[in-house]
Design a protein around this ligand. Structure first.
Ligand code: NAD
Length: 337
C-alpha cells in the first residue's frame, strides 16, 4: 500500500482527521466551556491517536494533541504566565495500565517508588492560585499549561478560597494548584434557575464550574456555588519545603487552604487497587463528581527524579473509571455521534 516517508497513507490521513476532531473538541471544551462530544468519545479518539503514533513515531510531532496540555487560551481574559508549568496527567484504564506505570517508575527511579498517595480525581477545572507574602494576588486557569486566563476577580468570589494564608510558616511565595467545582447537589438547582431564566443549562457539573468561573462579570461568578479543593503546588519559596505529598497536604491545610480528607497513603499496587475498587463502589459518596483516582508517588525526592514528559508528570497517573452511561449517551445522542 502507498506510503509517505515510511508511513502508510491511510495512517497519515486518519492521524490528520483525528487531530482535527480533537482540536475542535478541545476548543469547544476548554475555550467555549460547551463540549459537543462525550468524554468517552474524546478519550477514544485520543487512544487511537496514541496508537497510530506508537506504530508510526514520526507522526508524534511536538504539536500533536498527544504532546500538549489543554488548549490555547481565548482572548477574553488577560493572559497570565504560570511561574511553574501546569501539567495534565497520563491515564490508566485498567490494572495492566497501572502496573506498567508502576514498573516504568521503578525502572526510571532505580528503586521501589512506593509508598503512593491515592486520592480522588475531581471532575472540575484546574486553577492556580498565587499567594505572595500570604496574600492572594492572582488566580489563573491552566490554559495550555504555560499561559492561562487571568480569573483573579472571579476566584476571589469563591467561598472557600482564603484571601490570606494563616499559620506560622507562610511561604514568601506559593503557587497552589487545585480543582474548582460545583457540588453535585447544587448543579441541578443551578440548571433549574438557568432554564427558568430562559438560558441554556450546562451539560454536566464540570462544564457548569468552568462556565461559571470563566465569566466576564465576576458578580455572576459570585452567585454560583463554586468550591475549590487544592491538590498540589507549583513554585514554592521562603518556607520549609515538604518532603512528601502527604506533607504538602498537611502544610496546605495549616495555611488555611481547602484540602480533601479522602486520600490514603499505601505501600504498593495492591493498596492502590484496593483504593480504586473502594471508590468504584462509592463513586457517588463525595459531594463532587469524580471521574477516577489519582495516584502519586508520595516522596517528593522521587517525584523530582522521575520528572515530567512534555505534558504530564511521570510520578503520577490518573486511573479513569468507565463513563456513566446515562449522561454520555444523552450527550452523544444530542450531537448525533
Ligand atoms: P485529565 O482530566 O485526564 O487529568 C488532568 C487534570 O486532572 C489535571 O489538570 C488536574 O487539574 C486534574 N485533577 C483532578 N483531581 C486531581 C488530583 N486529585 N490530583 C491532581 N490532579 C487532579 O486531563 P486534562 O488534560 O485536564 O483533560 C483531558 C480530559 O478532559 C479528557 O480525557 C476528557 O475526559 C476531557 N475532555 C473532554 C473533551 C470533550 O469534548 N468532551 C474535550 C477535551 C477534554
Amino acid at each position: 500500500s502507498a506510503e509517505v516517508e515510511g508511513v502508510p497513507v491511510a495512517a497519515l490521513e486518519r492521524h490528520a482527521e483525528l487531530t482535527e476532531l480533537v482540536e475542535e473538541a478541545n476548543w469547544r471544551y476548554y475555550v467555549l466551556d460547551a463540549p459537543t462530544v462525550s468524554d468517552a468519545q474524546y478519550d477514544t479518539w485520543m487512544g487511537e491517536l496514541r496508537k497510530l503514533e506508537e506504530e508510526n513515531p514520526t507522526l508524534r510531532t511536538p504539536d500533536s494533541p498527544t504532546q500538549k496540555v489543554g488548549a490555547p487560551i481565548s482572548s477574553e481574559f488577560a493572559p497570565v504566565a504560570h511561574l511553574q508549568r501546569m501539567e495534565s496527567l497520563d491515564n490508566a484504564f485498567n490494572a495492566d495500565d497501572l502496573a506498567s506505570w508502576q514498573a516504568r517508575a521503578e525502572r526510571l527511579a532505580e528503586r521501589d517508588p512506593g509508598p503512593y498517595l491515592c486520592e480522588l480525581k475531581i471532575d472540575g477545572l484546574a486553577v492556580s492560585l498565587l499567594y505572595e507574602k500570604g496574600r492572594l494576588v492572582r488566580g489563573a486557569t491552566r490554559g495550555d499549561g504555560r499561559v492561562g486566563d487571568d480569573v483573579t476577580a472571579n476566584v476571589r468570589t469563591i467561598a472557600n478560597i482564603p484571601h490570606r494564608l494563616t499559620g506560622d510558616d507562610v511561604p514568601d511565595l506559593v503557587e497552589v494548584r487545585g480543582e474548582v467545582y460545583i457540588p453535585v447537589a447544587d448543579f441541578g438547582k443551578l440548571n433549574e434557575q438557568l432554564v427558568e431564566a430562559g438560558k441554556a443549562p450546562f451539560a454536566n457539573p464540570r462544564n457548569s464550574a468552568a462556565g461559571s468561573l470563566r465569566q466576564k462579570d465576576p458578580r455572576i461568578t459570585a452567585q454560583r456555588p463554586l468550591r475549590m479543593i487544592v491538590h498540589g503546588v507549583g513554585k514554592w519559596e521562603g518556607a520549609a519545603a515538604p518532603r512528601t505529598q502527604s506533607e504538602v497536604y498537611d502544610r496546605l491545610r495549616e495555611l488555611g487552604l481547602p484540602v480533601s480528607d479522602l486520600y490514603r497513603v499505601v505501600d504498593d499496587l495492591d493498596g492502590i487497587n484496593g483504593f480504586i475498587e473502594f471508590y468504584r463502589e462509592h463513586r457517588h459518596d463525595p459531594a463532587y463528581e469524580i471521574d477516577g483516582v489519582v495516584v502519586k508517588v508520595d516522596r517528593i525526592e522521587i517525584q523530582r527524579n522521575l520528572g515530567s514528559t512534555s505534558r504530564a508528570p511521570r510520578w503520577a497517573i490518573a486511573y479513569k473509571y468507565p463513563p456513566e452511561e446515562v449522561n454520555t449517551k444523552l450527550l452523544d445522542i444530542q450531537v448525533g455521534v
